[in-house]
Write a protein that binds this ligand. Structure first.
Ligand SMILES: [Zn+2]
Length: 254
């Protein structure tokens, strides 16, 4: 079925007289996720959630279009992990600028980065592009932050843990290795406590903090948990799509 809210599906016949309010760009990464999840984990999650959220929003009348997912993200900390593909932050800036230049020229003034990878940092980029494209409304959302993961998972984990393993068991179970192949996602902490407390930051060299590339134990992951979380995330995200689509961006604050 051709989904009118997914750019990769639709066609010029439908688009030549269309007027979208909001464009959503899922942005993932291609990287190892413990031993057992696919390199496309962040791409599968971001694409599936964005498209399902857009479906719900579209049925409520929101004029939203999901652009094709960017498959590569910032993986500067994984340079020695085989085939983790890195785009530098300045490359993200350049790609994003080209894309919003098209949207701005064609009158789609509301834009959301649908971030699916923790290494992609958007605030500084949005601040700078926001000055340049001052008639646009630019925002970012991070689906993994929008629901209380603790309500859905025993130990959600940061990377390829219970949450992400559950999500892929739900979304692409044929791509998950059997449970006896899963690593435990044990994480080595920094010996300087400030970095663990979150008020000092330094990039973690991934291969030094995790043996299996995971951070968080996937052991209790199930497809059912993944489905419940997916549905909750899409429900809330769809409301955000509707809210942004209908909002007058000149009158956001009262
Ligand atoms: Zn991930």
């Amino acid at each position: 079925m051709i989904r009118p809210y997914v750019l990769a599906d639709t066609n010029w016949k439908h688009l030549k007289n269309e007027n979208f309010e909001l464009a959503v760009l899922p942005w993932g990464a291609t990287e190892a996720h413990n031993y057992h999840l696919p390199y496309s984990t962040d791409v599968i999650e971001g694409t599936s959630i964005a498209e399902e959220s857009a479906r719900i929003a579209w049925e409520k009348g929101a004029k939203v279009i999901v652009l094709p997912t960017i498959p590569f993200g910032v993986n500067t900390g994984q340079k020695d992990i085989y085939l983790d593909i890195n785009l530098n932050p300045s490359t993200l800036f350049a790609i994003l600028k080209d894309i919003i230049t098209v949207l701005n020229r064609q009158g789609i003034k509301k834009f959301m980065i649908f971030n699916s990878h923790g290494g992609n940092n958007w605030k500084a980029i949005i601040r700078e592009l926001g000055l340049e494209f001052s008639e646009m409304f630019l925002c970012v959302s991070e689906w993994y932050k929008l629901a209380d993961q603790g309500a859905f998972f025993e130990q959600p984990g940061d990377h390829a843990g219970e949450m992400e393993t559950s999500m892929i068991l739900h979304l692409a179970p044929n791509l998950v290795l059997p449970k006896n192949e899963w690593g435990d996602g044990a994480e080595k902490k920094n010996t300087i406590s400030a970095f663990n407390e979150g008020w000092a930051w330094s990039e973690r060299p991934w291969s030094k903090i995790s043996e299996d590339t995971g951070v968080g134990n996937p052991e209790l992951a199930t497809a059912e948990k993944g489905q419940h979380f997916f549905e909750e995330v899409c429900r809330k995200m769809a409301k955000l799509f509707v809210d942004i689509s209908k909002a007058n961006i000149e009158e956001l604050y009262q």
